[in-house]
Structure formats: structure tokens, C-alpha cells
Write a protein that binds this ligand. Sequence first.
Ligand code: PEP
Length: 235
Amino acid sequence: MIIAANFKTNHTRKSTKAYLGKLNSFVAELKSDDTVLVFPPSSALDNFDLTDNISVGVQNAYPTEKGSFTGEIGLEQIEEFGLTTILIGHSERRHVLGESQDEVAKKYDFYKSCGFQIVYCIGEPKEVREEGIESVIAYNFSQLEGIDISYENLIVAYEPVWAIGTGLTASNEQIEETLALLNEKIKAPLLYGGSVKVANTKEILDIPNCEGILVGTASWDVDAFCEMVEISKKQ
Ligand code: PEP
């Protein structure tokens, strides 16, 4: 299983260090061999001494080694900390910050060429979900345009936009049906994300074709995230 935490614009440098220290001890003591990924804000990136199955990744980066892209970070700033994991295509970047599929695909190509592990997010808005499963799949597949889905270091996170940060989780039937159809095309591990919390972690991880979870809000509390890692180990 893959258990991932997206801090978004939460946690400081100091609190990220404390969080990772606690998570690291917990995972080591639990002897979990699941893959645990943590995406802190870029201001909190550092060299962290972590057990092998925990990786820190970046929530976003510009497709460049370095250059004049005010407000962005590139490969040089990520490599300083030896990090090789990136989140690309998150719905907040697509729908709040207006990143186009073309920009997402350029980012994907660049970090793929650098050999990064990429957690690539797809997911439909509410109006598309309301049109039915055919529209849902067509929309999600359109977010794979320009993306090499045969890339060996790819993880795909299915995150319906209407379920992110809203407290609304897709039903288990909706997740199961969608993951089964996505799995016909995508051979990379599939995660589910969208208001996952401790209380629904087990049932979501039990869904066929679900190889893990990408957690936003509920992951900001280290104790809750540790509980999710523990539930995953018992799967
Ligand atoms: C996310 O940010 O990827 C996410 C799924 O957020 P939340 O868990 O808050 O819905």
C-alpha cells in the first residue's frame, strides 16, 4: 500500500520537522513496509533522516533546472535535499490556480526525464460526476493527454474534485467502479483521495484496485496520519 500526506499550505518548517520525527519513529516501531509519502510546503523542504520506506516529496515545481520563474522552484532547489518525488496535476493546481493540461504534461515530461517518482492526480468536477460514469471516465482520461502512463515511477491518484477538502467522500461503489475502469487503461498503482480520514481508511483500502490513499486535511495531524499507516499495515 501507499499512504501519502499532502500538507498543501499548512505546517511550518518547525512543525514539519516535528511531524516527520514522530512519523519516522512510529513507522520504524510499527515495522510497516508500506510506502509512506509526505508532501510538505516547499518552505519546509530539508534533508530528513528517515527510514527507507518514508519519502518526502514536493507538491509542485516548475519544469526547469533553474531560471527566471519568480515564485517557483526547480530541479536545483529540490536536488539540494536529495528529493526525487513530486506531486503533479493536483486539482487545486488545475482548478484553483488554472494549470492547463499542456502545462501539467510539460511538468510531467520534465520530472520523468529526471527519473522522479511522480504522483499524478486526476479527477472530475461535480457536474461531470452528475452526468454519469461514461463522462467521468472520459474526463479522467482527458487528464492523461500528453502523459506517458507506462512510466515505471508513476503512481496515479484518483481524486474527484468535489470530494477534495469538502468532507464529501465518494461512495465505495463510486470508487470501486471508477478505479476498475481506470485500471483497464492505467497499469500504475492507483490511489484514492478525497476526504479520506481515519474512520474510512480501512474501507477505502479494501476496495479492489485501490493501492493506497492520498490524504489532505486529515493528514495534517500526525497522530491521525500514523493511525492511517497502522490501519494500512493490518490490511
Ligand atoms: C488532497 O489534497 O489531495 C486531498 C485529497 O485533500 P482532502 O483529503 O482534504 O480531501
